[in-house]
Ligand binder design. Structure first.
Ligand code: 15L
Length: 267
């Protein structure tokens, strides 16, 4: 498939880019940053909040799908968050409608349900329960994907990613880890699943201590092979572990992340 990958210069983007090429896809990169070393293909240096620039990039070549990873990965003010997650997704969806691209794979986050107390394995039917404005942005972007799936017949797969890391570094990560190889498997499955319509899956590895249900992902064809448990012996317990285990969003659900929605300092 010919795939436009936003955030292609980012930490997830570079791994996914190489992985998709290995799996026989053609990747067109898009990022605020310029082409990273080693990327061999078409590249668009574009800010995804600019709908004209996004439409130009989407229309510049025929595409089978978009993988949207570009966004600010941390907590910010509400307006900045909505721009980073919702406006970028809207710009892409409008461009996809305009240029007849009918599939998008979206990097959502566990923080869309992060404020859910950690008492049971969480399915995709759990109510949206963001832990931060970041989580609110992801929930809103998921809603936009659902709207465009219903209105325009776009296949839209929201992958609620856990902790994308080379290996788990904390006790929470033993539950939330998504390995690099499983991330590629997940995106490939979301790109190639036959007619998924609007779908949500949890993006974690096959962790023995998983907090999210992998069944929806497996039904879509995502079969993770890694398990954070293999690293358990190397992860040292830390004082923050108990607090981080209270809600599935871990640190994001803690008071340290409480802040005003609107920045009135003028900075
Ligand atoms: C995410 O979605 C964030 O982008 C990342 O910074 C981590 O917080 C990760 O989730 C996680 O929950 O570990």
């Amino acid at each position: 498939m010919k795939v436009l990958l936003t955030g292609a210069a980012g930490s997830i983007g570079q791994v996914v880019s190489l992985g998709l090429v290995d799996r026989g896809h053609e990747v067109v990169g898009l990022d605020l940053a310029r082409t990273p070393d080693g990327f061999d293909g078409t590249w668009h240096t574009v800010d995804c909040v600019d709908p004209d620039a996004v439409a130009d990039a989407v229309g510049a070549q025929p595409l089978d799908a978009v993988v949207h990873l570009a966004s600010h990965p941390d907590e910010a003010s509400l307006p900045a968050t909505l721009a980073s997650h919702v406006i970028t997704t809207a710009a892409l969806l409008d461009a996809m409608v305009e240029h007849q691209v009918d599939r998008i794979v979206y990097a959502s986050s566990n923080h869309a349900v992060g404020r859910t107390p950690r008492t049971h394995l969480l399915g995709i039917d759990a109510r949206p329960r963001p832990d931060t404005f970041y989580g609110v942005g992801k929930v809103a972007a998921e809603a936009l994907l659902s709207l465009y799936a219903d209105r325009h017949g776009i296949d839209a797969i929201a992958c609620r990613i856990g902790s994308f890391l080379p290996e788990p570094a904390s006790v929470r990560h033993l539950s939330t880890w998504l390995s690099h190889d499983d991330c590629v498997r997940m995106v490939d499955a979301a790109l190639t699943a036959p007619a998924p319509g609007f779908a949500m899956i949890y993006g974690i590895s096959a962790n023995t201590r998983a907090w999210w249900d992998l069944t929806p992902g497996r039904e879509l064809g995502y079969h993770p092979r890694d398990d954070a448990e293999e690293f358990a012996g190397r992860v040292a317990p830390a004082p923050a572990d108990a607090d981080e285990a209270a809600y599935v969003g871990g640190p994001f659900a803690l008071p340290a992340f409480h802040r005003s929605a609107l920045d009135r300092t003028g900075e």
